[in-house]
Design a protein around this ligand. Structure first.
Ligand SMILES: NC(=O)c1ccc[n+]([C@@H]2O[C@H](COP(=O)([O-])OP(=O)(O)OC[C@H]3O[C@@H](n4cnc5c(N)ncnc54)[C@H](O)[C@@H]3O)[C@@H](O)[C@H]2O)c1
Length: 302
């Protein structure tokens, strides 16, 4: 794609710091709105892109985005800590839903906006007894996933209602992403740390929770692909699914190391997320890394 102006909310976080750096490297003008909260990586800040230390749940963000007049907007800023959302649902709803609303409000009046991606999650489907397609009902079952599902509904409503956004919005529903810069409390960094330092990690529901996993370095090119020619919802997964127990075993096989575990409980936990990836494959997605290649690079390279 020709270099353009892209505005990324949450562009200092685990996943989108990689996206920020990808577009900077391609010569794009990159603007990041990120309030340096949990999960942020201020160490990547430098003068190759513009950063606003601003909360997207603050009304003033509408004017800020309009002033920058970007060609593309990717809205990824969110608090994605499920345990925190269970303890403080009001805070998560205010931050995640208001933040998303304000970004949509800004985008509906940017005159030359080419595409807007709302970043979401497989968790909006709730329990997945089969691989969910994008046109199936969403059924969020904890405050975090509910706050993300509210954004899914906003996307449909804004695309349907405002002519400036008609067929210019997309939503990405990621499975579990892993890789460099991920928060140490998530399962894959915990496994890595346990192998390297011998810490014991919590196994929720006896480790039977089943998730699909995707390496973070696959994300920037697929975001570019969707900006170029995508619309509506995309499940992003390569269907590499494991129970947590299975994932631990896989990590031990690859590293020849040992992972220590102890039992733990999480209320409101869905046992299985799995998604159909036909739509994104039909769009032409060719992932850079298989799961195995990503896991090997993540666990074995210092
Ligand atoms: N990590 C995953 O496996 C995964 C899976 C599915 C979906 N997602 C979604 O992808 C997005 C990024 O996830 P991540 O794991 O990289 O998160 P992260 O916590 O690592 O990063 C989030 C970033 O957003 C910023 N931020 C949070 N709230 C903000 C606010 N109100 N205003 C401005 N900035 C704010 C933080 O400072 C941080 O830099 C989120 O929308 C999340 O829901 C993540």
């Amino acid at each position: 794609m020709q270099p353009s102006t892209i505005l990324i909310t949450g562009g200092l976080g685990f996943i989108f710091s990689h996206v920020t750096e990808y577009f900077v490297a391609k010569g794009w003008r990159v603007i990041v709105i990120d309030n340096l909260s949990e999960g942020s990586h201020p160490e990547i800040l430098n003068n190759t892109f513009t950063h606003y230390n601003y909360d997207v749940a603050n009304y003033g963000v509408i004017e800020l985005i309009q002033k920058e007049n970007p060609d593309f907007v990717v809205h990824a800023a969110a608090n994605s800590d499920v345990d925190h959302s269970i303890k403080n649902p009001q805070e998560i709803f205010q931050k995640n839903i208001l933040g998303t609303l304000f970004v949509f409000e800004a985008c509906r009046v940017i005159p030359n906006l080419k595409k807007f991606i709302y970043v979401s999650t497989d968790e909006v489907y709730g329990e997945c007894e089969h691989r969910k397609r994008e046109d199936e009902i969403i059924f969020p079952k904890n405050p975090y996933s509910c706050s993300k599902a509210a954004g899914s509904l906003l996307r449909m409503a804004y695309d349907n209602t405002y002519s400036n956004l008609k067929d210019k919005t997309a939503e990405t529903r990621f499975c579990n992403v892993f890789g460099p810069r991920q928060d140490i409390r998530k399962i894959m960094p915990l496994i890595k740390k346990s192998i390297e330092e011998g810490h014991s990690i919590p196994l929720h529901c006896e480790g039977v929770g089943y998730r699909e996993y995707l390496y973070v370095k696959n994300i920037p090119p697929v975001i570019e692909l969707i900006l170029k020619k995508g619309n509506r919802n995309y499940n992003l997964t390569l269907n590499d699914g494991f129970t947590v127990k299975g994932l631990v075993k896989k990590a031990e096989e690859i590293t020849k190391g040992k992972v220590k575990t102890h039992p733990a409980h999480r209320p409101g936990m869905d046992l299985k997320y799995q998604m159909d990836n036909t739509r994104i494959k039909d769009l032409g997605w060719k992932p850079l890394y298989s799961f195995e290649e990503g896991l090997r690079e993540y666990l074995c390279e210092k």
